[in-house]
Design a protein around this ligand. Structure first.
Ligand SMILES: [Zn+2]
Ligand SMILES: [Zn+2]
Length: 1004
């Protein structure tokens, strides 16, 4: 019965409309609404979903049409995401800082047009802005500041005109002054966060309630809002506000409409999709047309005398405006956001001859428009923009915007059957990696490392949603995706149900299929590396009490920190080397560039007292796993221009099921002042073995340089070194030659340290330096749970044309240390002096590990009798008895009578050809090929290429001609990104050298 009624609705519109006009709801169709009704009758969860939707819509549905209509503010009421972030609260200043990026409290229903400080509870502005607003409405009901009654602009707490505070804290929408003359923008902040954000929640809430009830009232209320928003939208433009100093999300250029151009993508998607959802109900709503027509007449708002005219108004003044704004840059977000906004608006518009053209534009080399040189049409995104592993071209959550958008977009386009010209899934096989990537970003199956503007100091958070994996499985049938979906749903089919499933005829079919095919099997964690994203990590195979280290060497990513070869360590359930994470604010916030994202605030090497390059890329030279030893090497030729060497070797070595230590060698050659920076998980660090003295004043930049100073004669140095952000400095009194330790007791404000545990990080240094310093550094202070400070350790070698080899061992322990001492061992060799090192790690249980690392494979005699011919080794001794040996890229390792030999250190040769004809089986032919019987599947092949980013691959299979990298592509992108017919270019090319290092072991 209901379906028949809807069909009739469609027909009425069709016959009444001009050719090509929208026919019916597309994203949630009549059939889907009928499925929802059936599911609500069948399933408790579906009824609960309906109830939640109704309850979210209820406050809006309870308002009269007039009330809803008058809620929509026009262009001249400014929007701002901050009030004044430099000054903070007019009353308590930076007392408001710990409350987050957008700290002010608002109450749309009870306290309109006021913002309240969460710290001191003071409320602003002090005038009745709403009274002024009403006095300033023009003939269309639009706010015009110049029309407002000036007599209403006074401080209501100081009504006497002679009171000096009479005009203070008074905001006409364009800001108010405080007693010190500083400007704050509380009304604009309110308009953004309380007013518009509520309206932008109300519209989809009402549409959603309609979709789940088919109750016309919700569609009616939603239409009243959309109609009125379409009245004001053509004037909406953020640029004039930007020029007046209002702030929003636009990344700098000031473009936008209601919001800055980045967030406006979400605004466009939400409003478009709501319009499409309620469309089927509009034609029959005579009361709506009556209301709208009467308002149009009274306020001179054009023709709204019929359902067709009203729809045309919303389509032309909202949807078409969105589409045009994609081209002119007023709607322009991170890659994927803009595409989604365009696709949603075009499909909601559903206009024959128009929608197709706009969807085609997504695939045009000129997308998004002439306003920018950064073109990101879908073919580029899915061939080059997403890296070979499927990750977007930005750090952390920003990169995931790309992948998640592509996943949704593929489904969105597929849901619109009238568009058949392109098919994302069939044309671009790399899309599948976007479904798989999130699981690979996590370490210990527990947290995605904070890289770049991502997370907060010391946060632990796993990415990966069972729904994404399930959607991928539905599309590709890849059993890995079923396995991930099942694992991330904790084996609970209910957890696989998605909010859209309520519209399916058989809503549990996918979950049941996954439950039946998912293999429980081996869930051992793998060490892994991501090429362009540059996250290489070594981890224990079990996540419980797991330990993991990672090194970052990403290339060309947005929202990066200057952190090339930064080291991370997760152990004892905390982040032992916490990245500072998301800055207080992005944009030109001085502390962001000078400190939070600067090199010195990371666990890496600073050269020449100046930051390293922005996202310069690096390469893996070694990636070998054979517990108890796991080792990787990463280096960068581009981190610092003109540096001969910037190279890190790190190993994760297990001593038991519970404990591992980290062996770290940082080698650099060239440049002046090499400073290796460390910070553990606490605000205090105890140093043992080196005498230090407190520097009574100033910062690490000098006793006469104040905290956060970025100005003066040495302004550039202050900015690029970040030294003025290191305070409470103590320095060694002499050159440091002997061994010493530094111990941080783990602190954590997020409840990660359980009662009875006391995690520590202890650093054992096995190399000297010219100066050792301890200083405090400040994580962003407006993120909940961030510590007030962290204690930094800076190992400095001073001078010019330096050649350095920093050797350290990190011991994350709980309560009692498991290492007794770390000693440096003497080495004899013919390699370049200072490029070979050996340490003895004496364990508390009486065993001793000897680790030897060489920059280049060489023959080494180590103090105590070990001999190595190779790159790296580990020997575990109990007394003089060998327990284990590991030999990495070497041919011989011996101690006394025990000798470990390998046929070869590595397989090497040249690339002959690449074959990408089967996207599931990318092939690289090698000369010579690898022996078919060698156990090399799962091992790492490193290609010597000219590219600055990592070009190592995991070997998925051996082929007669070489290797397969499986479904990880060796395509780098288009020869010419402006011409998709120009052919593909490759990561690996004929003539490139290849190397597969070997690791062999012996356990007794
Ligand atoms: Zn305050
Ligand atoms: Zn960082």
């Amino acid at each position: 019965m209901m379906r028949l009624a809807l069909l009739i609705t469609c027909l009425i519109l069709t016959t009444a409309s001009l050719g090509g006009a929208k026919q019916c709801s597309r994203l949630i169709t009549a059939q889907m609404r009928a499925n929802a009704q059936a599911n609500i009758a069948r399933f408790g969860w579906a009824a609960a979903q309906r109830d939640a939707a109704v309850s979210a819509a209820r406050p809006w549905a309870a308002l009269s049409d007039d009330e809803l209509w008058s809620l929509v503010p026009s262009q001249d009421v400014p929007r701002d995401i901050h009030t004044n972030k430099e000054a903070g609260c007019p009353n308590c200043g930076d007392g408001i800082t710990p409350y987050g990026n957008y700290p002010w409290k608002t109450d749309f229903w009870k306290n309109p047009w006021k913002v309240t400080c969460p710290n001191c509870a003071e409320t602003y502005p002090k005038n009745d802005f709403y009274a002024f607003y009403q006095s300033a409405l023009d003939g269309h009901g639009f706010f015009r500041r110049e029309l407002g009654d000036q007599a209403l602009l006074f401080n209501a707490e100081h009504p006497d005109p002679n009171d000096p505070l009479h005009k203070v804290y008074v905001d006409d929408g364009y800001g108010m002054v405080d007693t010190q003359g500083r400007r704050h923008r509380p009304v604009a902040y309110y308009c953004q966060w309380a007013h518009w954000q509520n309206l932008l929640r109300a519209v989809p809430a009402l549409a959603n309630a309609y979709a789940l009830t088919s109750e016309p009232l919700y569609a009616h209320k939603c239409a009243v809002l959309l109609d009125r928003i379409a009245d004001v939208y053509p004037e909406m433009d953020f640029m004039p506000l930007h020029q007046l100093g209002f702030e929003h999300s636009h990344g700098g250029p000031g473009r936008g409409r209601i919001e800055g151009c980045i967030w406006e993508t979400g605004t466009a998607s939400r409003l478009s999709s709501a319009y499409d959802t309620i469309f089927d109900a509009l034609a029959a709503d005579a009361e709506l047309i009556g209301f709208s027509a009467q308002k149009a007449q009274r306020y001179d708002l054009g023709d709204k005398s019929s359902a067709e005219a009203l729809c045309r108004h919303i389509e032309d003044h909202l949807l078409i405006e969105f589409l045009i704004s994609v081209k002119d840059g007023r709607i322009s977000g991170n890659t994927g956001m803009t595409h989604t906004a365009l696709a949603t608006a075009a499909i909601a518009l559903d206009r024959e001859g128009v929608t197709d053209e706009w969807l085609d534009w997504l695939f045009d080399p000129g997308f998004p428009g002439e306003f920018t040189n950064s073109k990101d049409p879908l073919p580029w995104v899915l061939t080059e923009g997403l890296d070979r592993d499927g990750m977007g071209g930005e750090c952390g959550g920003y990169g995931l915007i790309w992948t998640r958008s592509m996943v949704s977009l593929a489904e969105l386009l597929a849901s619109y059957p009238l568009y058949t010209r392109r098919n994302m899934v069939a044309e671009f096989p790399k899309l599948k990696q976007a479904y798989l990537i999130e699981a690979r970003l996590n370490v210990l199956d527990a947290t995605m490392p904070n890289i770049g503007d991502s997370g907060a100091t010391g946060t632990y958070g796993r990415v990966g949603n069972p729904h994404t994996f399930a959607r991928g499985y539905k599309l590709y049938g890849d059993p890995r995706l079923a396995g991930l979906a099942w694992r991330y749903a904790n084996g609970n089919a209910e957890a696989l149900r998605m909010s859209g499933d309520i519209y399916e005829a058989e809503p549990m079919a996918l979950a049941e299929k996954i439950a039946s095919v998912a293999e429980v099997g081996d869930t051992a964690l793998q060490s892994d590396f991501l090429g362009r994203y540059g996250q290489a990590y070594l981890q224990t195979e079990r996540p419980d009490n797991g330990r993991a280290i990672w090194v970052h060497h990403g290339y060309g990513k947005g929202h990066s920190h200057r952190d090339c070869l930064n080291l991370g360590l997760h152990a004892k359930n905390i982040d032992m080397l916490p990245d500072l994470g998301y800055p207080e604010y992005t944009g030109n916030w001085p502390k962001r560039g000078a400190w939070t994202s600067n090199t010195i605030s990371h666990n890496t090497l600073l050269v020449g007292d100046s930051r390293s390059e922005y996202s310069p890329g690096g390469k893996l030279g070694l990636f070998c796993v054979q517990p108890p030893l796991r080792v990787l090497e990463a280096s960068s030729k581009t981190a610092y221009a003109d540096l001969e060497r910037y190279h890190r070797t790190v190993a994760l070595v297990d001593v038991s099921e519970e404990d591992s230590y980290v062996f770290d060698v940082f080698r650099a050659a060239g440049g002046a002042n090499h400073r290796l920076s460390w910070h553990g998980p606490g605000s205090e660090a105890v140093i043992d073995g080196v005498q230090t003295v407190r520097q009574p004043t100033g910062t690490f930049a000098g006793p006469d340089v104040d905290f956060a100073c970025l100005e003066g004669e040495r302004a550039d140095f202050y900015r690029t070194s970040g030294f003025t952000y290191l305070y409470d400095v103590e320095r060694s009194t002499d050159v440091v030659s002997g061994a010493y330790t530094v111990d941080w007791r783990g602190e954590d404000l997020r409840g990660r340290i359980k009662p009875g545990h006391e995690p520590h990080l202890r650093l054992h240094s096995a190399s000297g330096c010219d100066e050792l310093a301890l200083a405090s550094g400040q994580p962003p202070q407006n993120k909940a749970g961030n510590p007030k400070s962290l204690r930094y350790l800076i190992q400095s070698r001073l001078g010019s044309e330096l050649r350095s080899q920093f050797v350290n061992v990190l011991e994350p322990y709980d309560g009692a240390p498991f290492i007794r001492a770390v000693r440096s061992l003497a080495v004899e060799h013919d390699a370049e002096p200072g490029t070979v090192c050996a340490v003895a790690v004496e364990l508390a249980d009486g065993r001793t590990d000897v680790l030897v690392s060489c920059l280049e494979p060489t023959a080494v005699r180590v103090e105590g009798g070990i001999e190595l011919d190779g790159k790296l080794c580990m020997v575990r001794l109990l007394g003089t008895q060998v327990q284990s040996m590991r030999l990495v890229q070497g041919t011989r390792l011996s101690f006394g009578q025990i000798e470990l030999l390998a046929d070869r250190a590595a397989y090497t040769g040249q690339v002959k050809a690449v074959d990408v004809s089967d996207p599931l089986d990318n092939r690289v032919s090698l000369d010579p090929p690898l022996p078919a019987d060698a156990p090399l599947v799962g091992q790492t092949i490193h290609f010597g290429t000219e590219l600055p980013l990592d070009t190592s691959y995991r070997i998925a299979a051996l082929t007669p001609e070489g290797v397969s990298t499986g479904d990880i592509t060796v395509v780098a992108g288009y020869n010419d990104a402006g011409d998709f017919a120009s052919g593909l270019k490759y990561v690996v090319n004929p003539g490139d050298a290849y190397r597969v290092p070997c690791i062999v072991g012996l356990d007794r």
